[in-house]
Structure formats: structure tokens, C-alpha cells
Design a protein around this ligand. Structure first.
Ligand code: GDP
Ligand code: MN
Length: 391
């Protein structure tokens, strides 16, 4: 009996850790040096007229910085329009945006106000009809772009096969160490690479809302933004129509991240809830996708929906088998402890386990709630005031 339990947790543990490691190393070996198969002209950039859309709800601490950062983009100002779509903020957001527009008359800025807050996706869908450029780029108030991010993202859209473009994210936390900084940075290092590798194959099923560049007619054809998952699932609806949704490592995004574990947990659980929704929906309509994308969806759905539960089951079985104190369980404890104590593997393991626990909490939470309007994490908004990073 004990040996059966031992066998079970060993196999589950190997699957849990082995599957993502194999995927990561397989993609790295095959794709890290491989150039993009997308024809784009690097010498002569494609710089069409575009609209940058900033959805806001109570963003008075960030709105001016966000607009400044868009204004400072290396993109011709006469081809750049900005729309701020605000949903009933009860702070100074709209007033500050208006004053910003008065100070920057060389760029077109339109402010649209919704009388009630119904969530970011509905706000975005509302302004779709008034956008008069072929390309729109959505960005969150709590993010910043590198100077060349916008033009590099838009340039990819010159290719007729590409429907959506996004970039890789780096978290911005205040100077000094915080537990969330280490976890989020380690997480991003791996996740960013995987997003790019998947994009090189065809498309990635996880796209960032902090820079979401899309062709308007294609977006309109799929019915606009998805009401629960406005970034990843919307992009995947576009992929189901035969286009590609890509994340490029040339397009860099900085995202403000919470500092305390409590806010971090909340922030990540909401995101994990959205990812779970994304993969459950994708699995249901997987037949619509080309075969390379089907493989990516299946693997990522396994990582997000099942793999955390495999770790949980392996841990429970391990604990039960510990009662017998066999050689193999002692050995496992020894290996895990030394991995945890080593700075590099320790940080990786801590990050990994945190992510798994967040996915489990999110799955449980998803059974109870599915919200189109999510709670804003205020702490992210104050981070900017204490950080000094320049882009
Ligand atoms: P998170 O990063 O996924 O936690 O989401 P955020 O709270 O940062 O929201 C993303 C962006 O959408 C921010 O710019 C918010 O101000 C904006 N936002 C959130 N809710 C609403 C809403 O109901 N209406 C509008 N117009 N914008 C919203
Ligand atoms: Mn955010």
C-alpha cells in the first residue's frame, strides 16, 4: 500500500515538474535563435494613422504620466490620436486629462465619459464605432512603454497575416527588495520567453492588455472585445479567424506591480481567474484553430487548468507516505530543501509554487464569481510615486 502511494506521488511529481520543463527546453532549443517568419520591412517602417485608447477608472495618480509616455513615443504626432474612455471616475482623472490636452495641443486627444462603470471591456466596445483609424492600440493606465514600443508593434501589423500584437512585460516595483519583486521578475523571465516562442510558431494564447495593438475591422468582425477576458480571449477569437496574435520581444512594456504579498495575491488571483476562463473557453472551441495553435492551447490549458491540481495531489500523497518515513521520502525532502536553499533554484521554486497556489485559489473563486468589473488594486497606483525608473 505504502509503495503504491509512493509510486503515485512520484509519478504525479514528475509529470507536474517535468512537463513544463520539457516544454520550456524544447521551445528554447528549437526557437530561441530562430528568426521571425514574418515579412516586415525594418528599414522603412510602416507608420499609419493610429488611435491609442486608454480606459480609465479612478486613475488620477497615473493618467498624466500615462499620457506623457504616449506623447513621448517615437511616432509621428500627426498620425497619433488618443482617446481616454473614462467610466464614471469619482476622482480627478477626467479633469487632469482635460488639462493635459490643453497643454498638448499638437496631439489629438478625445475624452469620452461613461455615466456608469460597467468594466473595461464594455467601455472599449462602446468607443469602437468612433475610432476612425484602421489600427487601435489599447493600453492600461498603470503601464508604460519604451520609446520605440508603439512603432515596433504597429510595424508588425503591416503584415496581412497578423491581427494582434503585444509585447513582453517587465514589472516595476519600488527600489529595494520586496518579496513580490523577486517572484514577479522570475515569473516574467520565463513567461515572456514562452510567449515569444509560441508567437514564432504561430500565436500565443496569452496577450497583455498593457499594449494591445489590433486591426479595427478584424476586431469588429469578431464582435469587439470579450466581456470577461478583453485581452487574451479577444486575441484568440481573432486567431480563430485565421490571423496571428503575437508577442514580440522587441516590444517592451513596463507594468506597475504591487509590493505587499496581500495586494499581490489579489492582483494575481484576478488575473489567474481570467486565464482560467480563457483556457476553458479555448478548449471548448479548439476545433476552430489551426493544428499548431491547437497544440499550444492544449499544453497551456493543461498547465493552467490541471497541473496545479496534480501538484496538490502529489503533495497530499507525499504527506501520507511520510508516515512510513521511507528512504525515498527522506531523499525527496533533502533534495527539495537544498533546491530551496540555493539562491537561484530557491527563487524559481518559490515562484513556481506561488503561481500554482494562485491558480488553485483562482479556480475555486471562479466557481463562485465571474465578474466583468474587477477590483482595482490601489497599491499599484501608489507604487509609481515611490519608484524612480525611467524609460
Ligand atoms: P489589472 O491590471 O488586470 O489588475 O487591471 P487594472 O485594474 O489595472 O485595469 C486595467 C485598466 O482598465 C486601467 O487603466 C483601469 O483604469 C481600466 N479600467 C478598469 N475598470 C474600468 C472600467 O470599468 N471602465 C473603464 N473605462 N476603464 C476601466
Ligand atoms: Mn493593471
Amino acid at each position: 500500500m505504502t509503495s503504491l502511494i509512493e509510486c503515485a506521488w512520484l509519478i504525479l511529481g514528475l509529470i507536474h515538474f517535468g512537463a513544463p520543463l520539457t516544454y520550456y527546453y524544447y521551445l528554447s532549443r528549437k526557437l530561441s535563435e530562430k528568426p521571425w517568419d514574418i515579412e516586415i520591412n525594418k528599414n522603412k517602417l510602416h507608420l499609419p494613422e493610429i488611435t491609442v485608447v486608454v480606459p480609465t477608472y479612478n486613475e488620477e495618480t497615473l493618467i498624466e504620466k500615462r499620457l506623457d509616455n504616449i506623447y513621448e513615443q517615437d511616432y509621428p504626432k500627426d498620425k497619433l490620436k488618443i482617446i481616454v474612455i473614462d467610466s464614471a471616475s469619482n476622482d480627478q482623472t477626467v479633469e487632469l486629462a482635460r488639462r493635459w490636452a490643453e497643454r498638448h495641443k499638437d496631439i489629438k486627444l478625445k475624452i469620452v465619459e461613461e455615466p456608469v462603470r460597467r468594466g473595461k471591456p464594455r467601455a472599449l466596445n462602446k468607443i469602437l464605432p468612433i475610432i476612425d483609424t484602421d489600427i487601435l492600440v489599447v493600453t492600461d493606465a498603470d503601464s508604460l512603454w519604451f520609446k520605440d514600443s508603439l512603432k515596433k508593434a504597429v510595424n508588425f501589423l503591416a503584415n496581412p497575416d497578423i491581427g494582434v500584437v503585444s509585447g513582453i512585460k517587465t514589472p516595476m516595483t519600488p527600489r529595494g527588495d520586496s518579496p513580490t519583486k523577486e517572484i514577479e521578475e522570475t515569473y516574467r523571465t520565463f513567461y515572456n520567453k514562452i510567449r515569444v516562442y509560441e508567437s514564432k510558431i504561430h500565436s500565443t494564447p496569452i496577450i497583455a492588455g498593457e499594449l494591445f495593438a489590433v486591426k479595427k475591422d478584424i476586431l469588429t468582425n469578431v464582435g469587439g472585445f470579450d466581456l470577461i477576458n478583453d485581452d487574451s480571449y479577444t486575441a484568440m477569437k481573432i486567431v480563430s479567424k485565421g490571423y496571428r496574435a503575437i508577442v514580440s520581444d522587441d516590444v517592451k512594456i513596463i507594468e506597475l506591480a504591487p509590493v505587499t504579498m496581500k495586494s499581490y495575491r489579489k492582483w494575481k488571483i484576478t488575473r489567474a481567474q481570467h486565464l482560467i476562463h480563457n483556457f476553458v473557453s479555448l478548449i471548448k472551441c479548439i476545433r476552430r484553430y489551426p493544428s499548431q495553435v491547437r497544440k499550444i492551447i492544449t499544453i497551456e490549458a493543461f498547465f493552467h487548468l490541471l497541473n496545479p491540481w496534480i501538484l496538490l495531489s502529489a503533495t497530499v500523497l507525499f504527506m501520507i507516505s511520510m508516515i512510513g518515513l521511507s528512504l525515498i521520502s527522506l531523499l525527496t525532502i533533502l533534495v527539495l530543501t537544498s533546491l530551496l536553499l540555493h539562491p537561484k533554484t530557491g527563487s524559481l521554486l518559490k515562484t513556481w509554487i506561488t503561481e500554482q497556489l494562485l491558480l488553485i485559489s483562482a479556480a475555486i473563486k471562479n466557481l463562485r464569481t465571474k465578474s466583468e468589473v474587477w477590483e482595482k488594486i490601489e497599491e499599484v497606483r501608489t507604487t509609481v510615486l515611490t519608484s524612480q525608473r525611467s524609460v
